[in-house]
Design a binder for this molecule. Structure first.
Ligand code: GLU
Length: 345
């Protein structure tokens, strides 16, 4: 329900001001350095109102709604939790009085997995933006307020419509499919293999690229079709001395799929080839990804995927290959069809 951007603000809505829902899920952005448990600070301590209150003028151009869906360290979020969040947001988007944009505050450790789940499953043109922080909310140099301000600006910006789910962090606007946390030690922790989709400049979104793969409205996956639980998929980061018992344990665990994170371009050492072949004979679908987490794996590159009947992850890192395989296995177990889904999503 949008109208032309007559005022040239970049904000387009039929309402006097766009309605932006901030859905909090926890993470360092709501974390406290002071609230230390036996190991480290605690994520997800502060309320969403505390987060919004730390950003001067956040509600000046938009009408903010807030909710707390989880208050968790994102390392504890399961794939089922992420699908639950997707179902909730889809209900919000399908409801009367749906918001014009959504911001999800989230821990950075698994933000890319939640972003990819939402990107694949949310059937909407409305901007959905994830953000977080590398420093806790009570750190003197907290980065959460600036990231939240940018995320709200992007969620309210007409130019963000139809870009799928986005991660806004450190002034960059990163596409959900490609975004990866690259470092745990810098404020600009996130990067995309093919570069960002855009930037936030003086509170406005500047778009430089669009998502190249299917997502949301054009994705092969529908929330209404998904079984609960999803097929189980494990990840193994491998090396030549890996014990075969590890792979056998996965095959016997009830898992439907295994993502192999191999060195370089997803390479597989000779002893591990035999282990994966055995696991495949035992019924596991095997996806070959790179343990670099940031680099392409070429189908039939250094090793023949055709010969071993493996799926090649392309440029998806192992954690995202796990997400896609779990969804894809709800549609098919056919290797060629799985490969087609990996090539297009
Ligand atoms: N491990 C925590 C989480 O992902 C903190 C990391 C962060 O948010 O930066 O929620």
């Amino acid at each position: 329900m949008t109208s032309a951007d007559a005022a040239g603000t970049g904000i387009v809505t039929d309402r006097p001001r766009p309605v932006i829902l901030i859905c909090a899920t926890g993470g360092t952005i709501a974390g406290s350095a002071a609230a230390v448990d036996d190991q480290h600070y605690r994520a997800g301590v502060f309320s969403v109102e505390t987060l919004t209150g730390a950003v001067p003028g956040l509600g000046d151009r938009v009408d903010l709604r807030t909710e707390e869906f989880f208050a968790l360290d994102s390392v504890d979020l399961t794939l089922a939790d992420r699908v639950r969040l997707a179902r909730h947001l889809q209900d919000v988007l399908d409801g009367d009085d749906a918001p014009d944009g959504i911001v999800v505050t989230h821990g950075t450790d698994s933000m890319e997995e939640t972003a990819y789940v939402l990107h694949l499953l949310l059937d909407t043109e409305v901007p959905v933006v994830l953000t977080g922080a590398m420093r806790p909310a009570d750190d003197p140099g907290a980065d959460g307020p600036a990231n939240l301000a940018d995320a709200v600006a992007v969620a309210a910006d007409a130019a963000a419509r139809g870009l799928g789910t986005l991660v806004v962090f450190g002034g960059q606007v990163l596409g959900a499919r490609d975004v990866t946390k690259r470092t745990a030690g810098r404020l600009d922790a996130f990067e995309c293999l093919h570069g960002p989709l855009g930037h936030v400049l003086e509170g406005r979104l500047v778009v430089g690229a669009r998502p190249a793969r299917a997502f949301g409205p054009t994705s092969a996956f529908r929330l209404s079709d998904l079984p609960d639980p999803l097929p189980a998929v494990e990840i193994l980061v491998s090396h030549p001395e890996m014990t075969p018992a590890l792979v056998r344990a996965v095959a016997r665990s009830g898992a439907a799929g295994l993502v192999h994170g191999g060195p370089g371009g997803g390479n597989v050492s000779r002893p591990v080839v035999a282990m994966l072949d055995e696991a495949h004979r035992d019924g596991l679908v095997v996806v070959r990804a790179s343990r670099l987490g940031f680099g392409p794996t070429a189908r039939n590159g250094d090793i023949s995927d055709d010969e071993h009947d493996w799926v090649c992850a392309g440029d998806l890192p192992p954690v995202k290959a796990r997400v896609l395989l779990a969804l894809a296995l709800t549609r098919t177990r056919d290797t060629a069809e799985l490969q087609r889904l990996f090539d297009t999503h």
